[in-house]
Ligand binder design. Sequence first.
Ligand SMILES: Cc1cc2nc3c(=O)[nH]c(=O)nc-3n(C[C@H](O)[C@H](O)[C@H](O)COP(=O)(O)OP(=O)(O)OC[C@H]3O[C@@H](n4cnc5c(N)ncnc54)[C@H](O)[C@@H]3O)c2cc1C
Length: 478
Amino acid sequence: MAITEAIKALKIDFPSDQLVLGGSAEFDKLNSSYLSLLQSELEPAAIFLPRSKDEVAKFVSVIKPFALNSDARFAIRGAGQQPVPGCSNIAGNGITIDLRFLTGIELKDGVVSIGAGERWGPVYEKLSEQGLGVTGSRSALGGIGGLALAGGLSFFSSREGFICDNVVNYELVLSTGDVVNANATENADLWRALRGGGNNFGIVTRYDLKTFKQGPFWGGAVFYFPPSFPGQVQAYCDELNKPDASKETHIMVSQGFSGVFADLGGHFCMNQLYYTREVEKPAVLEPFGNVQPQIDPMNSMRMLTLKDAANEQAQQSSNGVRCAYMNTTVKADAATLIAASDIFTAAFQPLKSLEGLTCAFTLQAYPVSLLKKCDNSLGLDAAIGPLVSILLLNWWKNKVDDDLVIKSFKNVLEEIDKDAASRGTAVPYKYMNYAYDFQDPITSYGIEFHKKLREVSKTYDAEGLFQKGLPGGFKLFL
Ligand SMILES: Cc1cc2nc3c(=O)[nH]c(=O)nc-3n(C[C@H](O)[C@H](O)[C@H](O)COP(=O)(O)OP(=O)(O)OC[C@H]3O[C@@H](n4cnc5c(N)ncnc54)[C@H](O)[C@@H]3O)c2cc1C
């Protein structure tokens, strides 16, 4: 079998503790450490753990003939926090390259260089010692790759742009096995393609991001009740549509259902609010922080460091759960968003009795200030802003409910898109990291950007190793 031959070939160069075979306790430990159980249920034949970029390059050279000519393919894993099955793991005859040991965080001349196996938490810790910040995941547990290759929203997005727009250099292994840099002056077409192009071009081994001065900031969460939700959505859109909308706010407005809120009938509303300067109770957040009535003991608004804020977000998720994320984007129009919220609310009613069901409808803004900073492949333009991303997050307990949950919320998205189209507020863009497998984020970037990404792929990966040989994630050539 090809996979047996591929493993045999890798064993020549790598010891057994770096090539962990299925069936061992170590394998089970590694493979069960994904955010989503749906990813852990895909068991590869082996997990490869490189310790340097040269080992990644060696792996690519060895696996390439197998991956191009047989079913012995591979997957790339960062921190394994993206839930769509198969994006960072592979079933059966494949090998998952898990980058967790490519660590290291170095700060030089205002640029932080981060090993591809790091998570954002330690990066924030290191930078805060110097009074600096960086655009990264709001969760300390998030991997670097998923965010820096897909777009990515941070606490500072309104002011600093998408996470990918702050990557000044990607160091990566190409399909040729060469290690190259992609930045504004070297392989600039590849650099721009990586800013939104996901895992389609190579295995990134290091990310260099610009930093900025950052002190503590005001933020936290506020919980309240469904009758106030439409008013909150209206206030959100009013703020976003102001010509002088604040560049310092980062606001997420959510509602959803969870057994945790059984005393309240399960239906909850939550605002996550940040003002990214050291200002207590800034006026711009008042309509969202002071919503009444609210669940006072759950109000966590306070002065935070970046590390505190990211740790707080990390506590909201745990590994090894059945979950699915899916998303769409619309203009920042309150009527569209309120209608979308009604579609969501109606859809979860018949699912409330499913064991362990938690579902959320989360709005995240792409303000004009963020869109103006776009220098990437996402196909977004300030002229169509402000926009709002609608994220549907679903968790549930039992495998038998997978299809029902996924189909139900897929229908919700389709209805939302249809309704938005009828209002003239629909936007094609789908965020790769929140997309489920029935979605096609790369096509959503638009024909021109898609074409450009395909051209870059042909330049740097003529044989299509990262298309055919790496089937998971969202591909350029479907
Ligand atoms: C609690 C939580 C908080 C979140 N917060 C945010 C947030 O603040 N902002 C936001 O935008 N999103 C957020 N997300 C979504 C997040 O962006 C994705 O889950 C992201 O993909 C995680 O990155 P990862 O490296 O852990 O993912 P993985 O699952 O490891 O990988 C995701 C994709 O990237 C590819 N990839 C990873 N590393 C590399 C590499 N080195 N080279 C090539 N390809 C690579 C993989 O092949 C895969 O296709 C959050 C998710 C969770 C669970």
